[in-house]
Design a protein around this ligand. Structure first.
Ligand code: IYR
Length: 225
């Protein structure tokens, strides 16, 4: 293969304007049913579902197509237990010792979150997203990666969308600091934990904070020139 060989774009599906409006509306309705939840069922979810969702994430655009991410997928009760213990330790510092600071804690009040994270052991799957500063396409550990945060952010968005579209409830969880995840997941210095995603069926009594349902309007979040 030559460095700038090209292929015809032969898998683009074209829709007419009317179909596009309908599809975009349907997608909006669909994605508005994604909610972060904090009470999960332990009902099993096939590994193949998660594998497909990871491949969706891996199809995200990235700087120079270096794909600067790694996903550690956890179903082991032992590993989940370690993650819960360590996350709760950090979260107790964050909430109870007020390391977060007053302003941050006040901002979280309407979500009703606290240092207890039982879902980290209950949900069938935890996915830890790691970002890689170096490695390039072949993970050589040296080549510089570009726009790492942007790339991994997009991949994580793809992943959340894929999990939701597959029929799973999700939670993005960012214990602070997250360094312990490198150790628990056995990842090296070249990688940084980016986010922890919890995926599974919601518990029967799952709720969503009213606060989280208030989304800014189109006028508030966009301007058309
Ligand atoms: N990591 C903590 C705190 C937290 C922070 C933000 I910003 C949130 O949107 C939600 C929670 C926790 O998971 O409880």
């Amino acid at each position: 293969m030559q460095p700038h060989d090209r292929l015809p774009l032969d898998d683009f599906v074209e829709y007419d304007a009317e179909q596009m409006v309908r599809r975009s509306r349907e997608h909006l309705d669909h994605i508005r049913r994604r909610h972060s939840i904090r009470t999960f069922s332990d009902k099993p979810v096939p590994r193949l579902v998660i594998e497909n969702c990871i491949l969706v994430a891996g199809s995200a655009p990235s700087g120079a197509n270096h794909q600067p991410w790694h996903f550690v997928v956890i179903s082991s009760d032992e590993v989940k237990k370690q993650i819960r213990e360590q996350a709760e330790l950090q979260e107790r510092r964050f909430y109870d010792d007020k390391c977060a600071g007053e302003e941050w804690l006040k901002a979280l009040k309407p979500l009703g979150t606290d240092a207890n994270k039982p879902y980290l052991e209950v949900a069938p799957w935890l996915i830890v997203v790691f970002s890689k500063k170096r490695g390039g396409m072949h993970d050589d550990g040296e080549t510089t990666n570009y726009y790492v945060h942007e790339s991994v952010g997009i991949a994580t968005g793809f992943l959340l969308n894929a999990l939701h579209s597959s029929g799973l409830a999700t939670l993005t969880h960012t214990p602070k600091p997250m360094g312990f995840l490198s150790k628990v997941c056995g990842r090296g210095d070249n990688e940084r934990p980016f986010m922890l995603i919890v995926a599974g069926y919601p518990a029967k009594d799952a709720t969503i904070p009213l606060h989280a349902t208030h989304k800014k309007s189109l006028e508030e979040i966009s301007s058309f020139l």
